[in-house]
Design a protein around this ligand. Sequence first.
Ligand code: 5GP
Length: 179
Amino acid sequence: MDDFVQEVLLSHEEIVAICERLGKQIRADYGNKRVVLVGLLKGSIPFLAELIKHIPGELELDFIHASSYVGTLSSGAVVILKDMTTRVEGRDLLLVEDIIDTGLTLKEVTNLLKERGAASIEICTLLDKPEGRTVNGVNPKYIGKSIPNKFVVGFGLDYNEIYRNLDYVGVLKESIYKH
Ligand code: 5GP
């Protein structure tokens, strides 16, 4: 374990096992439909990369960059920094996220994609912090693991843009961000 980590929440082996379980479930639910996986940049990249190895059959990938976070506290406003290129109308979308806390980011993104006429929108998240939820209507169908309200890093999750490259998820030591 790295010295800036207080506790490991998901080892790499556990993450792979989660992706196997979710990948099977996703393909079983969509049957032979071609689902569009929409990764939320930047944090979903490692999870999305592992997840798609375990979803057999046809799928498409796209990305959207929406941001509501500065440092460790949610600022409340969601801005689209980079948009998708796929035409959304009539498509089955599966939004792939690293972690859901307040739910604000996904609420805004879901509303936008509904307005564009998506046939269906579901959410797949590696981690869920249900205690942090402040908005209604964000109910991920696919959840890797529910965790307590702690600030975590690794496997895509950052603190001021670092730690995304860890192959596990851990709780960041408070001494790193409280001076
Ligand atoms: P929400 O809009 O649901 O409050 O926040 C979702 C986004 O906030 C995530 O995509 C992630 O970027 C960030 N976030 C929420 N909780 C954590 C956390 O514990 N660690 C890190 N690194 N980012 C988090």
